[in-house]
Structures are given as structure tokens and as C-alpha cells.
Design a protein around this ligand. Structure first.
Ligand SMILES: NC(=O)c1ccc[n+]([C@@H]2O[C@H](COP(=O)([O-])OP(=O)(O)OC[C@H]3O[C@@H](n4cnc5c(N)ncnc54)[C@H](OP(=O)(O)O)[C@@H]3O)[C@@H](O)[C@H]2O)c1
Length: 378
């Protein structure tokens, strides 16, 4: 079990840093795009691009509403009254499963949903534990994002049917799935049922950034298993949900600077980073509905291969292990999610009937700017 040549791809990262990533030109007119972590470096740039491309309505899922609203005002400031996109700023705190459920429920009241960008993520330089006992990075970057993904499927599926579109859910992944791959191979030896616990309790040295890489790998495994399960039931991809992941390259953002702002690390960051806008362009490119990206990992602008450790039979076993354990964890700590998993296991999208009946907040609650108040039609 050693490092593979692609484990720490410094030359590749440097090469990618120097690549010119062209601005996307595909129209997003009439589209509604939901972005988690919209207030962050890469996703705020993605929002800017989506507005330039004509997106009709953006939903910002943010933990800091003031920050989200300030960004929304800045992005719509140059539009004349009624001309710009509508931006709804909604609270989403991934430390809390209740917040995730509330957010997904609010999204269920949207008349249309074309895209979801799962962009919110954290990196911690100390060990923190969630109220349920999970290492916090694992909870935020994987468990909560997995819950949100599952809960948003009915809303995406009903938009697919109603508007005859292929909505796209995009996970912003990371090249840390390669640099943390050495450790991912150690999971091959972990007893069935203990994978999440192992990562949650035994990542050493704690607070070193490894938790971040681990959480990104686990969520990527989860997304790939989700696609595998849904593909068993869906022969025809027309009118169905496209789910993909994208590695956007490296940018200087709060997240990277936490670990790489000082000393030799800062030189390394300068060596491998690209303009944040270029990272955002890769994200927007992944949002374009292309059937061939479903279930795939996109690196920059092209469909790529998954890391070798994910493709080996043991990697596949670990993937199903993570799926089972994530399902069990969410069923325990977020009651009501079981019917969603039952449908997915049967190769079906979860149905809107699973949406919890209580609290159905109006989508007008947090309107910051109003564009076209009418329901967008295709
Ligand atoms: N920067 C890179 O080089 C790089 C490379 C590969 C992948 N990525 C991925 O790109 C995505 C965006 O990262 P970034 O680099 O733009 O970092 P960033 O600027 O730190 O953005 C992270 C976003 O996640 C939000 N967030 C953090 N913890 C949260 C929580 N508990 N609940 C809800 N939201 C939370 C942050 O909210 P606040 O605005 O309130 O802090 C922020 O909006 C992440 O998924 C990251 O893993 C980044």
C-alpha cells in the first residue's frame, strides 16, 4: 500500500494553474440555481457568472445571512428595477441537520429548480465534535451535504417532469481526494460498519487538514453510489436528474488560506493556484446539462477518471460501506429520511409525498431583490 504517482500531483496542479479556463457561454435564461456556500470565494464567483449568463433566480444557502444579503445586493446593484435576477438568501447551517431539513423544505416550494451546486464546505485546524459526536468536518462536508442531496431530489425530479428538463446537481469536489488517497486505502482494512466512526475518531494528526480530504472522499463515494443506485432504475436519462462532481482546481480562498497562508505552504499555494474566477468557471461548466457527465468526476472542463483507489474492488466495497453507514447515521439523527432511501434503493427518485408536512415557509420570506415575479416557464 504505497503512494501512487497521482497521489500528490504537484506537476499536474501547476499545469492546471496555468491553463486558461474559458468563460462559459451557455445560456442560463429562465433557470433557477440553488447554491450552497454562495458567500464563499468560488461560489460567489459562480453566482456572478450565472447572472451574466442570464439565470433568472438564484437561491443562496448561507450560514451568515448578512454576508449573503450583502453579496446579493452587490450582484444585483447594477440592474435597473425589475431587470435583474431574483436572489433569495436563505439560512443554511450545515452543523445542524434541522437547518438542512428546513432549507430543503423551503426549496420544495420553489416552482422550478434547474441546478443545485453543493459548494459549502469547511476545513478546521482543530478537532471539533458535533452534537451527535461526529468529527465536525465529516458532519458538515459529508453527512449534512448527503442529507441535503437526498432531500432535494424530489424537487429536482418534479422540475424534470414538469419542465421536461435535465436538472443538474453538482458536487464541488477537490484534488484533496488524491492527496488523501493514501489514507483512503487504509479504510480497506476497516471492519464493516466502522468506517465513518474510524474517520471520525482516528484521523491523526487532528486538525491537520486531513479531515477535509477525508470528508471530500466520503461524500464523493456517496454521490457515486447514489448515481449507481439510481441508474439501476432509470434506463432513459432524458428528463432525469444529472448528478456530477467537479474538481475546480485551486484558488486562494478562506478555506485554503486557513492551512496555506504562512511559510512554505503559502509558496506552494501561489504555485498551484489559479484565479478564483477560473475555478468558478469549471463549476458553472459542470452545471450545463450534459448527459455524459452523469455519475462522473469532471476535472476542470473534462470528464475524468476517479482515483485508482476508488476503482479497485476494495474501493467499491468501501463505497457501499459508506453508503450503508451514512444511511444508518441519517436515519438515526434525521428521522423521516428512510422513505427517501427506500425509493433510491429501488432505483426511483424519492417522491414529493415524502416532504414533511409541517412548516412550509413561503419562498418570498427572504427575498432580497425581486426580478421577474412570475413563475419562470421553459
Ligand atoms: N479553494 C480551493 O482551492 C478549492 C479547491 C477544491 C475544491 N474546493 C471546494 O470549493 C468549495 C468552495 O470553497 P472555497 O474555496 O470557495 O472556500 P470558502 O471561501 O471558504 O467557501 C466555503 C463556503 O462554505 C460555507 N460554509 C462553511 N461552513 C459552513 C457551515 N457549517 N454551514 C453552511 N455553510 C458553511 C462558507 O460560509 P461563510 O461564507 O459564512 O464562511 C462559505 O460560503 C468547497 O466545497 C471546497 O471544498 C475549493
Amino acid at each position: 500500500m504505497g503512494l501512487e504517482p497521482d497521489s500528490f500531483p504537484i506537476r499536474t496542479l501547476r499545469h492546471r494553474a496555468k491553463l486558461h479556463i474559458p468563460a462559459p457561454t451557455e445560456s442560463f435564461k429562465v433557470k433557477t440555481v440553488l447554491i450552497t456556500g454562495a458567500s464563499g470565494g468560488i461560489c460567489s464567483e459562480a453566482a456572478r457568472i450565472l447572472i451574466d449568463l442570464g439565470a433568472e433566480r438564484l437561491i443562496f444557502g448561507v450560514r451568515n445571512l448578512d454576508k449573503g444579503k450583502k453579496l446579493a445586493e452587490e450582484l444585483t446593484g447594477n440592474f435597473k428595477d425589475g431587470d435583474g435576477p431574483e436572489i433569495l438568501v436563505w439560512s443554511l447551517e450545515l452543523k445542524s441537520f434541522a437547518s438542512v431539513r428546513e432549507f430543503a423544505q423551503k426549496a420544495a416550494s420553489l416552482p422550478r429548480l434547474d441546478n443545485v451546486i453543493i459548494g459549502a464546505a469547511t476545513a478546521l485546524n482543530e478537532r471539533k465534535v458535533s452534537e451527535e459526536g461526529w468529527e465536525e468536518t465529516l458532519k458538515i462536508n459529508h453527512l449534512s451535504n448527503a442529507l441535503l442531496t437526498i432531500l432535494l431530489l424530489p424537487t429536482l425530479a418534479s422540475s424534470a417532469e414538469k419542465y421536461k428538463i435535465n436538472p443538474v446537481l453538482t458536487n464541488i469536489s477537490s484534488w484533496s481526494i488524491l492527496s488523501s488517497g493514501f489514507f483512503a486505502k487504509k479504510w480497506w482494512k476497516v471492519r464493516k460498519g466502522d468506517l465513518l466512526k474510524n474517520i471520525s475518531y482516528h484521523t491523526k494528526p487532528a486538525g491537520s487538514g486531513l479531515e477535509y480530504g477525508h470528508s471530500k472522499i466520503v461524500y464523493l463515494y456517496f454521490i457515486r453510489e447514489l448515481c449507481d443506485k439510481l441508474d439501476k432504475g432509470i434506463d432513459e436519462r432524458e428528463g432525469s436528474i444529472i448528478i456530477n462532481s467537479v474538481d475546480p482546481g485551486t484558488a486562494s480562498t478562506y478555506l485554503t488560506e486557513l492551512f496555506m497562508a504562512k511559510g512554505p505552504q503559502s509558496l506552494f499555494l501561489k504555485y498551484i493556484r489559479r484565479p478564483t474566477e477560473h475555478c468558478a468557471r469549471t463549476v458553472v461548466n459542470a452545471c450545463i446539462p450534459r448527459l455524459e457527465t452523469h455519475g462522473k468526476l469532471i476535472v476542470d472542463l473534462s470528464v475524468s477518471t476517479y482515483p485508482k483507489y476508488m476503482e479497485k474492488p476494495k474501493g467499491r466495497q468501501v463505497q457501499t460501506g459508506f453508503w450503508e453507514e451514512t444511511k444508518a447515521a441519517l436515519e438515526k439523527f434525521s428521522p423521516g429520511v428512510s422513505p427517501y432511501f427506500d425509493d433510491i434503493e429501488a432505483g426511483r427518485y424519492p417522491t414529493p409525498s415524502h416532504k414533511e408536512s409541517h412548516a412550509n415557509p413561503s419562498i418570498q420570506d427572504s427575498v432580497v431583490t425581486e426580478g421577474n415575479p412570475e413563475t419562470p416557464e421553459s
